[in-house]
Write a protein that binds this ligand. Structure first.
Ligand SMILES: Nc1ncnc2c1ncn2[C@@H]1O[C@H](COP(=O)(O)OP(=O)(O)OP(=O)(O)O)[C@@H](O)[C@H]1O
Length: 268
C-alpha cells in the first residue's frame, strides 16, 4: 500500500523535508533542516557525529516528534501519521544496530517485513482460513524471490542469529524490500563490514535501486562508499544543513572539509 507516485502528484520529490526542528528538552538536535529527494535517487546523508542525521530519520519515521517544519512523502504531509503506519505509506528503514530476530529463520524475518504492511488479524485467519493461506503463500513466494535476488536463498531456513554479520545486514535490506517501499532509509548500513564486504554491499544497494525502482537515503560514515554510490550528498553539521551537491562538489567544498577537520566556517 505504498503511496502511488502518479496519484500523489507526479514527478515532484518523493521526500521533501522543510525547515524541520527537533528538540530533546534543552538539546536542539535539528535546526531548520531541509532535504529533498527525487524518485530513484540514492542520496547520501553525511556529517560528523551528532550532526542530527539519525534524528532526521527518526523524524521521518515518526519516532521523534517534529517541533516545527514539514515532512512530505510524495506531496502528502506525514508529520502527524502514527509511527506504526509509516511503513504502510511506503517508508522502510534499517537501523544502525541490527534489528533482527536471531532465533527466527531468515525467511521468517523477511516475511515479517511483508506482514507489517499486509496486516491480517487472528479473527480473519479463523473466519477465512483459505484466504489467509493463499495470502501467506503469496507473501512467501515474494519473499523467496527477494532472498534469491539478494543471494540469500541458501540460508533461507537458517536461524538469522547464526549468520555472519554481513549476511545479517543483507537480510535487513531483504526485509525492508518485502514491504515494497517507495523509499528506503539506510542508517549506516556499512558499519562493521570489512573492506571487501563494503564494496559488495555498495553493489547490492545499487542493484536494489535499479531492480526495485526504490529511492534510497543513506546515512554513512564510510566516505569511499558514499562517494561511489550516491547521486547526491547532503551534509549536516551541528543540526543544520551545511552543503549539498554531487559527490565531487561536496568533496571539494571547503566548509565540508572544515567540518570534518573539526573547524567550521563560523568559528574558524
Ligand atoms: N533521544 C534523544 N534524547 C536526547 N538527545 C538526543 C536524542 N537523540 C539524539 N539526541 C542528540 O541529538 C543530537 C543529534 O544526534 P544524532 O544521533 O541525530 O546525530 P548523528 O548525526 O546521527 O550522529 P552519529 O553519526 O554519531 O550517529 C546529538 O547531540 C544527540 O546527543
Amino acid at each position: 500500500m505504498a503511496v502511488d507516485l502518479q496519484a500523489a502528484g507526479g514527478n515532484g520529490p518523493v521526500l521533501s523535508v522543510e525547515n524541520v526542528d527537533v528538540r530533546f528538552g534543552g538539546i536542539h538536535a535539528l535546526k531548520g533542516v531541509s532535504l529533498s529527494v527525487n524518485t530513484g535517487e540514492i542520496c547520501g546523508l553525511i556529517g560528523p557525529n551528532g550532526a542530527g542525521k539519525t534524528t532526521l530519520f527518526n523524524s521521518i519515521t515518526r519516532l521523534s516528534a517534529v517541533t516545527a517544519g514539514s515532512i512530505r512523502l510524495c506531496g502528502r504531509g506525514i508529520e502527524t501519521v502514527p509511527a506504526r503506519q509509516i511503513i504502510r505509506l511506503g517508508i522502510a528503514r534499517t537501523f544502525q544496530n541490527l534489528g533482527i530476530y536471531g532465533g527466527m529463520t531468515v525467511l521468517e524475518n523477511v516475511m515479517l517485513g511483508a506482514h507489517h504492511v499486509t496486516g491480517g488479524s487472528f479473527l480473519g485467519a479463523i473466519l477465512r482460513p483459505g484466504l489467509t493461506r493463499r495470502r501467506e503463500s503469496e507473501i512467501e513466494q515474494n519473499c523467496r524471490a527477494i532472498l534469491d535476488e539478494l543471494d540469500l536463498s541458501g540460508v533461507a531456513e537458517e536461524a538469522a542469529g547464526s549468520l555472519p554479520y554481513a549476511t545479517q545486514k543483507r537480510m535487513e535490506i531483504a526485509r525492508a524490500l518485502a514491504s515494497r517501499p517507495t523509499i528506503l532509509l539506510l542508517d549506516e548500513p556499512a558499519g562493521g563490514l570489512t573492506h571487501s564486504e563494503v564494496a559488495e554491499f555498495g553493489e547490492l544497494v545499487s542493484r536494489v535501486r535499479d531492480h526495485h525502482g526504490v529511492t534510497i537515503v543513506l546515512i554513512e560514515h564510510h566516505m569511499g562508499l558514499v562517494m561511489r554510490l550516491c547521486d547526491r550528498i547532503e551534509v549536516f553539521h551541528l543540526g543544520r544543513n551545511l552543503a549539498s551537491g554531487t559527490p565531487a562538489e561536496v568533496r571539494a567544498n571547503p566548509a565540508v572539509i572544515d567540518a570534518y577537520l573539526g573547524r567550521t566556517r563560523d568559528n574558524a
